[in-house]
Design a protein around this ligand. Structure first.
Ligand code: KG4
Ligand code: ZN
Length: 354
């Protein structure tokens, strides 16, 4: 079986062909995965502009799907999987409408996919089935959510951010430091030369409820707005002390130290929660997916913690960590095998529960 995946929830137009292998350990194989990024367009505005995103998807979708089909050997497809939500509604509608038309024209089923299920299944797509139960963190520009997986394809929400997503915090701190958009990759790079103890930014604290009822959903939430505010206060104070205006960058040394100190707190906050949940639920594996899983420190610290606890850690390769359609096709194959198909009337959902 070969499935075409389509993803347009945010600022990447992507199409991919994924096929079943028949091998239980490695159920899926990528035949093609084409991603047209809109980053250059949104960079000018310091973040994703929904209207521009939707219009660019309209321009790119035909060419991206044609290339994914050609790269994958132009096979007959058995189904079309598409991101139904969550995401920018105008952007989602481009991919969804295209997928509906194609599925109808080819007479194959249409399979709606939750964007975060795609990120979770990117782990299986590359690493093979995870030993279960597993605890998986999806951490991106729009989401920071922790799930427990007891059975393949079923995801229990353990907690999520109460304010900013971790990637959003990276992007906002980068903006504050005049480092451009998106902020994650540049902060990751600059932090390598910084002292991660230079600035004692506050770490998110466990609340009473967290300590008293660690097994309850909602007790494993995240919060990054306090950290972001602390970075802003620190940068404003340092600019004042050194006679700089808000338009001036701090020195490269000081910028690197702020990046490293900020990144240490983000990574520790994320991994404390992940490994705390993993031991509570006796997880056999930990997974970290989504754009921020590309972060070098998050990857190395997660591997080190997993190693010391004897828990295997799954992360996608860099190409599958940010938004792509191969992960949507993989999640679509899983749903198809579970008997999920959709009527042609389905709509895009900006906020969709998993
Ligand atoms: O998954 P993704 O491509 O899109 C969403 O669904 O949001 O994630 C994009 C986010 C951005 O906030 C970006 O700054 C962040 O992932 N990101 C990183 C790194 N690479 C991308 N954050 C930290 N370190 C990185 N190396
Ligand atoms: Zn994403």
């Amino acid at each position: 079986m070969i499935i075409l995946g389509i993803e347009t929830s945010c600022d990447e137009t992507s199409a991919a062909l994924v096929e079943e292998t028949g091998d239980a350990a490695r159920p899926w194989r990528i035949r093609s995965n084409v991603v047209a990024s809109q980053v250059a367009i949104h960079r000018e505005w310091g973040g994703v502009v929904p209207e521009l995103s939707a219009r660019q998807h309209v321009r790119d979708i035909c060419g991206v799907v044609e290339r994914a089909m050609a790269d994958g050997g132009s096979p007959a497809i058995d189904a079309v999987a598409v991101t139904q939500g969550p995401g920018l509604v105008g952007s989602l509608l481009v991919g969804l409408s295209f997928a509906k038309s194609l599925a109808w024209a080819r007479g194959v089923p249409l399979i709606p996919v939750h964007h975060l299920a795609g990120h979770i299944e990117s782990l299986v797509l590359e690493g093979g089935e995870m030993p279960l139960p597993a605890v998986v963190l999806v951490v991106s520009g729009g989401h920071t959510s922790l799930y427990r997986i007891i059975a393949p394809g079923s995801y229990d929400l353990l907690g999520r951010t109460r304010d900013d997503a971790a990637g959003e915090a990276y992007d906002k701190v980068a903006k504050l430091l005049h480092l451009g958009y998106p902020g994650g990759p540049v902060i990751d790079r600059l932090a390598r030369d910084g002292n991660d103890r230079a600035v004692p930014f506050p770490k998110m604290r466990l609340t009473h409820a967290d300590r008293n009822a660690p097994h309850l959903p909602g007790r494993r939430d995240f919060s990054f707005s306090g950290l972001k505010t602390a970075v802003r206060r620190h940068v404003t104070a340092r600019r004042a002390e050194t006679g700089l205006t808000s338009g001036d960058p701090l020195s490269p040394r000081e910028t690197a130290d702020i990046c490293a100190s900020f990144q240490r707190v983000v990574v520790e906050t994320l991994l404390d929660r992940v490994f705390d949940a993993a031991s509570w639920y006796q997880a056999q594996a930990v997974g970290i997916a989504g754009g921020v899983s590309a972060n070098s420190r998050l990857r190395s610290d997660a591997a080190a913690r997993g190693g010391s606890k004897g828990i295997p850690v799954f992360v996608p390769g860099l190409a599958l960590s940010t938004d792509n359609a191969a992960m949507i096709a993989a999640a679509g194959l899983r749903r198809f095998r579970q008997g999920v198909g959709a009527p042609v009337e389905i709509n895009a959902e900006a906020s969709l529960a998993l």
